[in-house]
Design a protein around this ligand. Structure first.
Ligand SMILES: [Zn+2]
Length: 351
């Protein structure tokens, strides 16, 4: 049982400093208590800190704020193994699994009253469980950082095209998003109470990476995220070398971009009909049919765009979201069509 008041949260800034915890030139793996179970045992998050021999910025990478989003967990494991203190200028703060109660249950939310940890930042010391955990994590690990990358996947039963979410109006966030090098960026402020929104507002520019689906390791996406992180670290001069050139076709989706969730108007079985995530206006996206084949509705694309989020569990009730369609046109459309024709287009929301 813990009697450490820091670990259970308090309102004043935590005096924790990485240079005290992990001296320059050292890498440490440890566990950090953030809460307690019903039994009074500690709930501890696995942490790696790589404190470089040379000075530079402090960068956090977080995974599993939603407990069933596992691609990022593998990314953090690999980042923690990949970099040594003599190679970097600055400090890496790697939180392998932030929502430990959700991770143990393999579910998105903290199991106690289904609280969303990623709507609970910066948290408060004397509040519900999620806000207390958020408060400890924020004060101890996030607030001292200069930049951040928060790794997510789609929610279960859906999948998402690999993309970055970033407030592109913030120059430092914009810099991170470009250096990360995803083809697709959804621009805008994050939800209230999310790690990205609170950290960015408080002076730690942060991007979110959305990669594939929950409950899986998807190695091609994991490899891309490792390259993206390496590129961001080069951009920030934590590593030698240059950030990647922002690749191929690229698209920043902002509030002016046409986008919609295609929804089911009837209950039934859902079969996807598209060949690739680029659909043209009027194309058949999916079929919804009754169990006796007594009814069939074809859902068509209302405009030309990319299917960036897609239902995977093949049943729907009226109102159920089927696909997230984001409009593309002009040069981007031409470039994507050219890539599809030549076989270079690799974005697959269903991968
Ligand atoms: Zn998430």
């Amino acid at each position: 049982m813990a009697d450490d008041t820091d670990a259970t949260g308090r309102d004043e800034p935590n005096p924790f400093r990485f240079e005290n915890e992990v001296p320059a030139g050292e890498k440490r793996h440890f566990r950090s208590e953030v809460s307690e179970t019903y039994l009074g045992d500690s709930v501890e998050i696995p942490v790696t800190i790589v404190n470089g021999e040379r000075d530079g910025p402090t960068v956090f990478v977080t995974a599993a704020l939603h407990g069933d989003e596992l691609n990022g967990v593998k990314v953090v494991q690999d980042v923690a193994a990949r970099y040594e203190p003599d190679e970097i200028a600055g400090t890496l703060v790697l939180l392998h699994v932030v929502n430990v109660p959700g991770y143990l249950a393999q579910q998105r939310y903290i199991p106690i009253y289904d609280q969303d940890l990623n709507r609970s930042f910066p948290g408060r010391a004397r509040s519900n469980t999620a806000e207390r955990i958020a408060n400890v994590v924020y004060k101890r690990f996030i607030e001292p950082c200069d930049y951040g990358i928060d790794l997510h996947t789609s929610t279960r039963n859906r999948t998402t095209m690999y993309h970055v979410r970033a407030d592109m109006a913030d120059p430092e966030v914009n810099r991170l998003a470009r250096a990360f090098g995803s083809n697709l960026v959804l621009a805008g402020e994050a939800d209230e109470g999310s790690l990205r929104s609170v950290a960015t507002r408080n002076g730690t520019p942060t991007i979110t990476v959305e990669m594939g689906k929950a409950h899986r390791f998807q190695l091609p996406l994991i490899d891309r995220a490792l390259d993206g992180i390496e590129s961001v670290l080069a951009e920030l001069d934590v590593l030698p070398g240059e950030a990647v050139d922002w690749p191929g076709w690229r698209r920043v989706i902002d509030s002016a971009t046409e986008k919609t969730w295609l929804r089911a108007d009837q209950g039934g079985l859902v079969e996807m009909l598209y060949d690739n995530p680029l659909v043209h206006e009027g194309d058949a996206v999916c079929r919804i049919s009754g169990h006796f084949s007594q009814s069939e509705v074809i859902v068509r694309a209302p405009f030309t765009g990319l299917l960036v989020g897609v239902l995977q569990n093949p049943v729907a009730a009226p109102g159920h979201p089927l696909c997230h369609l984001v409009g593309v046109g002009g040069e981007t459309l031409a470039e994507i069509e050219r890539e599809i024709e030549s076989g270079e287009f690799t974005e697959q929301p269903w991968a």
